[in-house]
Design a protein around this ligand. Structure first.
Ligand SMILES: CC(=O)N[C@@H](CC(=O)O)C(=O)NC[C@H](CC1(C(=O)N[C@@H](Cc2ccc(O)cc2)C(=O)O)CCCC1)C(=O)O
Ligand SMILES: [Zn+2]
Length: 622
């Protein structure tokens, strides 16, 4: 009977296949819910006990995944006719690190990730002026608001000493354990496994091509920002090579530059929106920020946040325990419990992050009807694109007026350039950063980069792609990648580069669907259910189909394209080229050999003082 046949040949009866996957879906309901709850408990209360409970749960899940994969392979699922059934089986057998037969490796992976995340989340820098500060909110506030070269440098270097520098050895072990485990899944290294989620053989080349298409726009923005920062900090502090010191951008990683918009305003006379000031003026509190975001999603036809969301989320930093403050959205796979964990403060940056995290929740809500194996983004970049898409509407002056954060909508071209520059400081500035993080990590996983040149390769990429350089000497004692959450947190990053490309493709398509007649950068899909319905068509697919089908559902195309992003910023590019006529745009591919430091600045001005004095005395006595 079935047993004998199952023993020697694989089961080809698809009805038995459906029984298997339906049973799997029911079993993982409580299993995944329990596992997510234990992760949530650790991330919102970093105790050893919660870590142990979470690690044990992760190991149990791995055992379950291995057993399910083994049973699934008794079916001839590759030969199944039904594409959906075939796809479900593929996801059941594709279990990543859990395929290892050495549970010590899994324990190491889980514990090292927790150790590294713990170092990052508990890291603090003690400044004589301000006491001891953690990344959020203390160090972030200084990096955002200080305009002192030296103060920024102290915080920038201090954070790297308190985070990445302490992670180097653990990270080396972490990579080794992950690469050893992933081999049991048939992948050469962890990077190959992560790229497999995009189901695109040419994925690595595709993202490089997209980056190269977008680089000219970035180079013009970089040249303009460099010119303005030289005016502010003095050109002596900038290396001859054309790079910009990494600590001057209002962001700890120089990944987005909108916090220094005040130093860069193209037309100070024209209107530009300082949303943070307006929020404070109007006594925004944290809950109101979440209500504003919920209102946007409901206005395009999405469901409201569930009661469980409001009851179970952690929306402000607790004062009585250590937590992972890095914002995140959580799906508990029970079709009702969806949460955000965020140490929310009342700023513009944070209001955008609220919309981002809630965007993830809206994706969870729109695929909660699917088998659990399909309750993910069409690819990881799609989940991030969905998280960001409403911010392209939300930030427009038109929408700022709708929600009362702007009194009048300016129509003059100067204000338009002001607005476009502000958007570019987030969306264009980010592109090389979003691209290079996993260039570094994929090369580490491949073994091309190892602990003898971690930092060297990191700065080679930062200098080459971002055109920024370290304001202080860096050695292999440092481990600057570890100062960025996603490296200790082991969250893949190319998803954000993909997101920043596809969100403009979708924005263009949704605005067309909404009958928008304004320029793309002024389009606001608020209150437009046609746009919302189009978006929902894609969201409801989850990961049940290849992402090309999901892309087609919104845009009618099946590929990623940089054109909508370039079109969106076209008016700005013209203006930037005009501004940069006298500039040597670009920078040398390798990092500067010498680093101007504040002492050099002091020495410089001392020399200046001496030479002036001599000049005066010589003239006088002559
Ligand atoms: C359980 C779990 O992990 N859930 C996932 C969601 C899921 O996969 O279901 C999740 O919540 N991931 C956290 C992560 C947080 C943030 C982030 O890390 N952002 C990047 C890059 C960036 C920056 C600006 C921007 O506009 C968009 C992206 C950074 O800060 O460098 C922090 C602020 C914004 C988003 C996130 O939400 O993506
Ligand atoms: Zn996200």
């Amino acid at each position: 009977g079935v047993l004998f046949r199952g023993a020697l040949t694989q089961i080809s009866d698809e009805n038995l296949g459906w029984n298997f996957v339906n049973e799997y879906n029911n079993k993982v309901g409580s299993l995944w819910n329990e596992n997510v709850k234990k992760s949530w408990n650790y991330y919102t209360n970093l105790t050893d006990y919660n870590l142990e409970v979470m690690t044990n749960s992760t190991l149990q899940m791995a055992e379950f995944d291995k057993e399910a994969a083994k049973n699934a392979s008794t079916f001839a699922h590759d030969g199944f006719g039904n594409a959906t059934l075939k796809r479900l089986f593929k996801k059941i057998v594709n279990i990543g690190f859990a395929a290892t037969n050495d549970s010590e490796q899994l324990k190491a992976i889980s514990n090292l990730e927790a150790d590294l995340t713990g170092i990052y989340s508990k890291g603090k820098v003690c400044l004589e002026s301000k006491g001891c500060l953690q990344l959020e909110p203390g160090l972030t506030d200084i990096i955002t608001n200080s305009r002192s070269y030296e103060e920024l440098l102290a915080v920038w270097k201090g954070w790297r000493d308190a985070s990445g520098k302490l992670m180097r050895t653990k990270y080396t072990d972490f990579v080794k354990a992950m690469n050893a485990a992933i081999k049991f899944s048939g992948f050469n290294d962890t990077g190959e496994y992560w790229r497999s989620w995009y189901e695109t053989p040419t994925f690595e080349q595709d993202v490089r091509t997209l980056f190269e298409e977008l680089e000219p726009l970035y180079v013009e923005l970089h040249a303009y920002v460099r010119k303005r920062l030289k005016e502010k900090y003095g050109k002596d502090m900038f290396p001859e090579t054309g790079h910009i010191p990494a600590h001057l951008f209002g962001n700890m990683w120089a990944q987005q530059w909108s916090n220094i918009y005040d130093l860069l305003v193209p037309f100070p006379g024209a209107s530009s929106v300082d949303i943070t000031a307006k929020m404070k003026e109007q006594n925004y509190n944290v809950t109101h920020m979440y209500r504003v975001a919920e209102d946007f999603f409901m206005s395009i036809g999405m469901e409201k946040m569930t009661d469980a969301f409001w009851q179970n989320s952690m929306l402000v930093k607790p004062t009585d325990r250590d937590v992972v403050c890095h914002a995140s959205a959580w799906d508990f796979y029970d079709e009702n419990d969806f949460r955000i964990k965020q140490c929310t403060s009342v700023t513009e940056d944070q209001l955008l992050t609220v919309h981002h995290e809630m965007g993830h929740i809206v994706y969870y809500q729109n695929y909660k009807h699917l088998p659990r194996l399909f309750r993910r983004g069409a690819n990881p970049g799609f989940h991030e694109g969905m998280a960001d898409i409403v911010s392209l509407s939300f930030q427009t002056p038109e929408h700022m007026k709708v929600i009362g954060l702007l009194d009048e909508v300016p129509q003059d071209s100067d204000s338009d350039i002001n607005f476009l520059l502000k958007m570019a400081l987030d969306k264009v500035a980010f592109l090389p950063f979003g691209y290079l993080i996993d260039q570094w990590r994929w090369s580490v996983f491949r073994g091309d980069t190892n602990s003898s040149n971690y930092n060297q390769h990191w700065w080679d990429l930062r200098c080459r792609f971002q055109g920024i350089s370290s304001p202080v000497k860096r050695t292999e004692e440092d481990f600057d990648p570890g100062a960025k959450y996603h490296i200790p947190g082991n969250t893949p990053y190319i998803r954000y580069f993909v997101s920043f490309v596809v969100q403009f493709q979708w924005h263009e398509a949704l605005c067309r669907e909404a009958g928008n007649t304004r320029p793309l950068h002024r389009c606001d899909i608020y209150n437009n259910t046609n746009a919302g319905n189009k978006l929902r068509e894609m969201l409801r697919m989850g990961s049940s189909k290849p992402w090309q089908d999901a892309m087609e559902a919104i845009t009618g195309q099946r590929t990623m394209s940089a054109k909508p992003l370039v079109n969106y910023f076209d008016p700005l590019l013209k203006w930037l080229k005009e501004q940069n006529k006298e500039e040597n745009t670009g920078w040398s591919a390798s990092c500067p050999s010498s680093i101007p430091t504040p002492s050099a600045l002091a020495a410089g001005s001392a020399n200046l003082f001496i030479s002036i004095t001599c000049f005066v005395l010589c003239v006088f006595f002559a």
